[in-house]
Design a protein around this ligand. Structure first.
Ligand code: AMP
Ligand code: ZN
Ligand code: FE
Ligand code: FE
Length: 292
């Protein structure tokens, strides 16, 4: 069994990179990809632990991007994009681009603190950053609001303050999906559309139309297997992957205690069991893509 979609506490997972590796080794995973949101810090920290344990570790990332299309609200739909670097590390240019993205997030976080304080909420950037380490995001703000008793659930923190249209909402410039695709490909990676079940395009025809556009922009893969995909969804994404000659990727989207229903490797209630073949095929097809 392998898992190609996991998060550490360097983004919004609860488990440290070392502990993630230990867990993967304990359950005898044959390969593990760390795919933290917008940072390679979790992967970088997992490298020595994996080398020592003899675990095959795949470098990955999950970028937060926006889809360039009309949406119901004032903001463009948010889309996650996976990037895999199975054979060689991401280029220095890619790492520098990530750094610049992080700066826009840091600015957003400072603005968010200011807005929350203006609403009478006593909260500091420092206490939120302790939770977020390398990538402080809104889920970390939500945890502090809960801990300090301003709300009684994480969801209430989003609904009242943090959601895109809530009282304290702050716009953050996120890269467009097609830019994310281009950056990953130029950085030497395999861009794969994450959990397509969350896209606004739900039926096969509109998804196919979107895929045509994204493939023209350099998309190489699609996440067919994911904890949130029903059997029917997996079948549809599989047939789209075949039709468009896309590389199939998959994983649990493990977040540790921050998403307790999802287990590493086996997903939600045991709905995942990816064989090593998925990674082997990814590698072969990726090499073929690069040779084209
Ligand atoms: P950030 O990247 O800091 O903007 O935070 C984005 C994350 O916040 C998402 O991946 C979700 O986990 C969470 N999130 C955003 N909007 C909501 C919402 N309306 N309800 C619950 N969680 C949300
Ligand atoms: Zn996450
Ligand atoms: Fe995601
Ligand atoms: Fe994820």
């Amino acid at each position: 069994m392998i898992d190609l979609h996991t998060h550490t506490d360097q983004s919004d997972g609860s488990v440290s990179p070392t502990a993630l590796v230990e867990q993967a080794v304990a359950m005898r995973l044959e390969a593990l990809a760390v795919t933290d949101h917008d940072t390679l810090a979790g992967y970088d920290l997992a490298v020595p632990a994996a080398a020592e344990a003899g675990l095959e570790l795949v470098c990955g990332i999950e970028l937060s991007t926006r889809l360039d299309q009309k949406s119901d609200g004032p903001r463009l739909p948010s889309v996650h994009l996976l990037g895999y670097f199975p054979d060689r590390p991401p280029s220095p240019e890619f790492r520098m681009w990530l750094e610049r993205q992080q700066e826009s997030r840091r600015q957003r976080n400072r603005d968010l603190i200011a807005k929350l304080r203006s609403l009478g909420i006593k909260i500091t950037l420092e206490e939120v950053q302790v939770l977020g380490r390398n990538l402080t995001g809104r889920p970390h703000f939500a945890k502090i609001l809960l801990k300090k008793g301003y709300v009684s659930t994480i969801q209430e923190a989003f609904d009242r303050y943090l959601a895109d249209h809530a009282q304290a909402a702050v716009e953050r410039e996120e890269p467009r999906l097609v830019e994310g695709i281009r950056r990953i490909a130029e950085g030497g990676g395999l861009p794969s559309l994450a959990h397509p079940v969350r896209l606004p395009q739900e039926d096969r025809a509109s998804l196919a139309a979107l895929l045509r556009e994204l493939i023209a922009a350099g998309l190489m893969g699609i996440e067919v297997y994911h904890s949130d995909h029903t059997i029917e969804a997996v079948e549809m994404y599989q047939s789209l992957a075949e039709e468009f000659d896309l590389i199939i990727t998959g994983g649990s989207d493990f977040h540790g205690e921050n998403k307790p229903a999802v287990s590493m490797g086996t997903g939600r209630g045991g709905n995942l069991n990816l064989s090593y073949d998925v990674l082997a095929r990814m590698r072969t097809q990726f090499a073929a893509c690069l040779a084209r």
